[in-house]
Ligand binder design. Structure first.
Ligand code: NAD
Ligand code: MLT
Length: 528
């Protein structure tokens, strides 16, 4: 008997899919305390959650038979992905099931904000009749600035256009043609801030998007701008938002998500008269919950019956055995994609992957999926998985070329990842050393030998005396330990690349200091 535990409320339409399979036993046990879940998880082969259950490393360690974790939703914030992957547990989510509901919620928030609906409702229920107090504004003819034109951002834009709004968008990873085709004008971020009457954010929360809207950005905006966040708390700096609301710069804000959830009940944002709030309800519709329940249950069922893996955040192969065999290559491939995605900034139009040596005896398609997933992960986070990665790249106008060559260069196997960005070609390459140890061996044509792991700094510099000394001193001053270093150069005194493994992240202030050192051309912090 295959045992499946559903530990958060899930629509019956999904549960039915699992119950139809004769060999499946489905147990629905919600509101379990962590210790209770830990005590019973060893009995189960699959676990399905929404957001309440926290699937921590501790739970995963106790899950001796678990093969699959299914999350009915997008975010994997409540599942320890690394611990799951280390244990060979497949983690699946449902990237598209709640897109429409979240887009509609965003429109509801924009409208509620414009017509003071929550405050007017409250006032009338309190026995008042104050028509002049709740004067609103029209959406017609106003400009909506959409930051992040992915699934939800696009659906919001379409709806806003139908209201007669002008829609401008900023998404550095999407081709202009795709947006223009929808009637959306693509602009730079600064332009979006200065031109918009409404700004709605629809990006994931990443190192790049954390506090994307803060004091400096509010200053650039029109007086009386209205701000909406139905994506992730933290994209907008809440302290800066409060200041901008208090000063009147921002006429109103509508928030479905918060830096801390639930937010502190004493938070001034919660009491602000010009703020409309909902408790993370973007996906809370009957339809979205049916969609995500069906999607997650179908994926979990198929994985348990060996009928293929869909929407997996951590497995690129249809069969688990193939994945196990290719795992070291998959790991290397994904790290190369991740490195290229973080190291090379700008709109990628082409991805050329060159597989050389013994590796081509294997099926390389999971490796290409892993490279593309890695490349898009810094941008898309959980909404990209191994299975949808190539499609998402295509939708973004990225052409993928796969080349294989038997010719062994200096390595028995080599994966080289080259991206075309605004006419320039940038490259990273990696290999597996003995014992399947991954190494980055080439950055933009210069030989290096770096372990792709954790936080790393990549610098372009002139090969001049004193560069390393200056860098070491600065890192020491900022309390950052250097665990490993490698350098490559085209010729003595020429252009060089330095790759450093470091034990912790580097602040943006320290990065600015590094950039100012003599002979440093550029510096980039990446996390692999
Ligand atoms: P998506 O992956 O389809 O789209 C995200 C878009 O953001 C992509 O087009 C990407 O290129 C863009 N992007 C990434 N970094 C950017 C940056 N620095 N600047 C501008 N654009 C950037 O994701 P989606 O399905 O549209 O979801 C968007 C967000 O909404 C996610 O954070 C998701 O977790 C959240 N979400 C919230 C709820 C809710 O209940 N409130 C429900 C579903 C999704
Ligand atoms: C998601 O991650 O899918 C959304 O934030 C909604 C949810 O958590 O249900």
């Amino acid at each position: 008997m295959v045992k499946i535990l559903v530990s958060d409320p899930l629509s019956e339409e999904g549960i039915k899919i699992l119950k139809e399979v004769k060999d499946f036993q489905v147990d629905i046990k919600t509101d379990l305390k962590p210790d209770e879940l830990k005590a019973i998880i060893k009995e189960y082969h699959a676990l399905i959650v929404r957001s309440a259950t926290k699937v921590t490393r501790d739970i995963i360690n106790a899950a001796s038979q678990l093969k699959v974790i299914g999350r009915a939703g997008v975010g994997l914030d409540n599942v320890d992905l690394e611990a799951s992957t280390n244990k060979g547990i497949i983690v699946m989510n449902t990237p598209a099931g709640n897109t429409i509901s979240t887009a509609e919620h965003t429109m509801s928030m924009i409208l509620a904000l414009s017509r003071n609906i929550p405050a007017a409702d409250f006032s009338l229920k309190a026995g008042e009749w104050k028509r002049s107090k709740f004067m609103g504004v029209e959406l017609y003819g106003k400009t909506l600035g959409v930051v992040g034109l992915g699934r939800i951002g696009t659906e919001v834009s379409k709806r806003a256009l139908s209201f007669g709004m002008k829609v401008i968008a900023y998404d550095p990873f999407l081709s202009k043609e795709v947006a223009n085709h929808l009637g959306i004008e693509v602009v730079e971020l600064a332009e979006l801030f200065t031109q918009s009457d409404y700004i709605s954010v629809h990006t994931p929360l990443t190192d790049e998007t954390r506090h994307l809207i803060s004091d400096k950005e509010f200053v650039m905006m029109k007086d009386g701008v209205r701000i909406v966040n139905c994506a992730r708390g933290g994209i907008i700096n809440e302290v800066a938002l409060l200041k901008a609301l208090d000063s009147g710069k921002v006429a109103g804000a509508a928030l479905d998500v918060f830096e801390k959830e639930p937010p502190d009940s004493q938070s001034p944002l919660l009491k602000h008269k010009n703020v409309v709030l909902t408790p993370h309800l973007g996906a809370s519709t009957e339809e979205a919950q049916v969609n995500v329940a069906i999607e997650v249950c179908q994926s979990v069922r198929d994985a348990l019956l060996d009928k293929g893996i869909r929407n997996a955040a951590n497995f690129p192969c249809l069969a688990v055995e193939v994945c196990q065999l290719l795992q070291p290559y998959i790991n290397l491939a994904e790290k190369l994609g991740l490195l290229a995605g973080q190291l090379f900034e700008g709109r990628v139009s082409e991805l050329k992957i060159n597989y050389t040596g013994e590796i081509i005896k294997h099926d390389i398609s999971p490796l290409t999926m892993a490279i593309v997933k890695g490349l898009l992960s810094p941008i898309l986070q959980e909404t990209v998985n191994y299975i949808n990665a190539k499609n998402l790249a295509k939708e973004r106008g990225i052409k993928i070329l796969e080349l294989k060559s038997e010719k062994e260069e200096d390595f028995t196997n080599l994966i080289s990842v080259e991206v075309a960005i605004e006419g320039k070609h940038r490259k990273v390459a990696g290999t597996l050393f003995t014992n399947n140890e991954p190494r980055i061996v080439n950055v933009d044509g210069l030989y290096v030998e770096a372990i792709p792991q954790g936080y790393m700094l990549f610098l372009e510099n002139w090969d001049k005396p004193g560069v390393i000394g200056g860098l070491g001193t600065l890192m020491g001053k900022n309390g950052i330990n250097i665990a490993g270093m490698t350098f490559g150069r085209d010729k003595p005194g020429g252009k060089a690349v330095s790759a450093l493994n470091i034990d912790s992240a580097v602040s943006s202030h320290a990065l600015d200091e590094i950039k100012k050192l003599d002979n440093i051309l550029s510096v980039k912090l990446v996390k692999l």
